[in-house]
Design a protein around this ligand. Structure first.
Ligand code: ZN
Ligand code: ZN
Length: 59
């Protein structure tokens, strides 16, 4: 049995997101196929993110 936890990765900076971080997750507004994550920092700085599925770039 594997209990390994894979942390989500921030779609803006590529950093793994910590469990207790004030991150946001939302489906890609363009394709809806991918859950995009943004870490606390990128949310604050409103950095652009890129969907790995459809290459949509958005704020
Ligand atoms: Zn980030
Ligand atoms: Zn997409």
């Amino acid at each position: 049995m594997s209990s390994e936890y894979k942390p989500p990765v921030c779609s803006s900076c590529g950093r793994p997101i910590l469990v207790d971080e004030a991150c946001v997750k939302f489906p890609c507004p363009n394709c809806g196929q991918i859950i995009l994550w943004r870490c606390e920092k990128c949310k604050k700085l409103t950095r652009p993110y890129k969907c790995p599925n459809c290459d949509f770039i958005g704020p």
